[in-house]
Design a protein around this ligand. Structure first.
Ligand code: ZN
Length: 190
C-alpha cells in the first residue's frame, strides 16, 4: 500500500524519533509499504517520519543509481535500518546535490563527511555494524537525519534558505505539482 508522504513544514519532520521493539504493530507490513511508497515516488531512501511515524526506521534502495560511473555497491544496496546509531563519521566533507521526497523540486548541495560507521538492526532485528562511504553513506546520512528531526535545508546558509522561503512555503501549503500522494500540514484542519 502506498502511503502519503508528509510535506515540508509538518512538525513530525522536526521531531527526534524513538527506538522500536519487535512488538511494534504490523512492522513487516509497514516496511513493505515504505518500500512501495519510495519506489512509486522514485526515491532512494524513505524514513518513517516522512510517512508520519516518529520512529527510528528507514529504508533505502539505491538501485536507480545504475550508471557505469556509479559505485557498483549501489546496485544491490537495498536495506532496512531499525534503531540505527551512526557511531563515527570521518573524512573531508564533500558536496552532493541532495533532494528529498518531503521537499519536492528543490535540490541543494550539502556537505557531509564521506565515511560512516553505523550500528543498526535489520528487519529481523539482527544487529549489524557496517561501514559505508560515498553515495551509499550519503543516502544513509540523509535518512538518518530524518529520524533525528533534521532536513537537508537545515544545512543551508541563512541567505540560501531565505531565497528558498517562498518555494518552501508553497510546498507546506500544497501549492505544488507532484506525481505521488502527499500530506500537507496546513490542510490538515479541514
Ligand atoms: Zn529526505
Amino acid at each position: 500500500m502506498k502511503l502519503p508522504i508528509v510535506a515540508y513544514g509538518d512538525p513530525v519532520l522536526k521531531r527526534k524519533a524513538v527506538d522500536i521493539d519487535p512488538e511494534y504493530p504490523n512492522l513487516d507490513g509497514l516496511i513493505q509499504d515504505m518500500f512501495e511508497t519510495m519506489h512509486n515516488a522514485r526515491g532512494v531512501g524513505l524514513a518513517a517520519p516522512q510517512v508520519g511515524l516518529s520512529i527510528r526506521l528507514f529504508v533505502v534502495d539505491a538501485s536507480p543509481f545504475d550508471d557505469e560511473d556509479d559505485d557498483p555497491i549501489l546496485k544491490t544496496f537495498k536495506k532496512t535500518f531499525i534503531n540505527p546509531q551512526i557511531i563515527e563519521e570521518s573524512g573531508e566533507p564533500w558536496g552532493f546535490n541532495e533532494g528529498c521526497l518531503s521537499i519536492p523540486d528543490i535540490r541543494e548541495d550539502v556537505y557531509r563527511k564521506p565515511k560512516i560507521k553505523i550500528q543498526y538492526l535489520d528487519d529481523k532485528f539482527q544487529e549489524h555494524i557496517e561501514e559505508y562511504d560515498g553515495v551509499a553513506a550519503r543516502i544513509i546520512q540523509h535518512e538518518y537525519d530524518h529520524i533525528e528531526g533534521k532536513l537537508f535545508t537545515d544545512y543551508l546558509t541563512p541567505l540560501r534558505r531565505a531565497r528558498l522561503k517562498s518555494k518552501l512555503d508553497s510546498i507546506t501549503r500544497g501549492q505544488i505539482k507532484v506525481d505521488y500522494k502527499m500530506k500537507f500540514p496546513s490542510l490538515r484542519r479541514k
